[in-house]
Design a protein around this ligand. Sequence first.
Ligand code: XMP
Length: 524
Amino acid sequence: MANGPVLVVDFGAQYAQLIARRVREAGVYSELVPHSMPVDEILAKDPKAIILSGGPASVFEPGAPTIDTKVFESGVPVLGICYGFQVMAYELGGKVDKAALGEYGKTSATIDDAAGILADSPAEQTTWMSHGVAVEQAPAGFEVLAHTEGAPVAAMADESRKLYGVQWHPEVKHSPLGQKLIENFLHRCAALPNDWDASSIIEDQVKKIREQVGDAEVICGLSGGVDSAVAAALVHKAIGDQLTCVFVDQGLLRKNEGDEVEAVFGPDGDYDLNFIRVNAQDRFYEKLAGVEEPEKKRKIIGEEFIRVFEQEAKKVGAVDFLVQGTIYPDVVESGLGGESAVIKSHHNVGGLPDFVDFKEIIEPLRDLFKDEVRKAGLELGIPEKLVFRQPFPGPGLGIRIIGEVTADKVRIVQDADFIYRSEVDKAVAEYKKANGKAPAWMPNQYFAALTNMRSVGVMGDERTYDYAVALRAVNTIDFMTAESAEIPFEVLQTVMSRIINEVRGVNRVFYDLTSKPPGTIEFE
Ligand code: XMP
């Protein structure tokens, strides 16, 4: 790789992944490495620059994570952020101490020298801080570039050694000039060109997959989701019809979704590959009969999926490689890529392959963030409609139906969800047309779920005793926290009346106001 990687050394920061993202946004390829990786190993990766992330420790506490000072003598430009900045200052002989005044949140920084990482900065910058330890004195050879009330040295540089440090978090949007600081470091200080984007990875991966696979056979499980679709399209670009895609329709997909996936990847679609669609709806419904507990449902659906996939894989014969749509956040969240805590063991990482003898797994999207995956998907010719799908849980509608799952309940939730999504999309499009921008209430995820509640209603002159549908819509950036979206009442009313009129078996519609936490985004 001519350009990069820039390695982000993760000291356990909440934001380490975000730093890698911001670097990529600046057109430079970036990856995370744990701070426990020996410096020789880090340098062997031939990094074009290194960024030391923040972290929760205090540098002067015994056992606090640090980095071998060799890294500062390597000639590779280094930027320390927050804790990483303190590590740099401490290890190089600066004075680091408990801050007389800790700073948390929005903080004004005074720029003493608008040069290097702070080139073109105004005299004051709003920054976002989170520190109770401060660098009181920069190490010898460093110039102080900025200070704040609580941080006598808030930014520093030693141009001759290409070492830079900053106390605030340039990677978060609350530091409005943060991206500029990162770009200054990459483009000015480290002289790296802005020439990487997600599509660069396609050619690299195609080459790699061809070398890895040779003329062997490859199998891929398509879920209808974005990641597996893009992974399949990428592998197809590399090896054409050596690829077999197995698409299991478990009867828990969104309305028309099975056919939409088939239209793209099936025999009449855009790719010349072996496509096997397994219509396993009845099998799944049978297994789910009488089961009410959500975790149990998840388990049954997951296991049954593996069983169906296994059967199909066996029919295909000897298959050496399995494609998985693992993406970068899955790798990091599973604690494999960095130092941050294991947040969840992800279904995409190491999920499927225990059951059949595959020689190797191919994970062509392992280095990409979600929006980069989408970009690569468009580049690979996958229709926008598929690429910009909303997140959809692996167990599908099985967990958007409270209580027992039956074919009839699946029909209800599919139809209600279809109406809801169409009406929201329509209202958003109309707003955009009239105002030239998206409405503030535009949800990041919205779907209908089926409660397990039936109640009395009246339709025409008849008494009804039918189900209540719940509508969910949330505004969220990272899907870790979320607020209920303020969809205009008239849109909700239209949805309500269409669902009750058009979907047999429903006589009430609720709107879910719960934020996350305490709720979750899914309604299971
Ligand atoms: P929750 O419900 O945990 O969801 O607030 C957060 C986000 O993750 C999606 N989600 C899943 N995605 N498999 C997935 O691939 C799952 O089992 C799963 N459960 C939740 C959810 O749609 C939301 O975007």
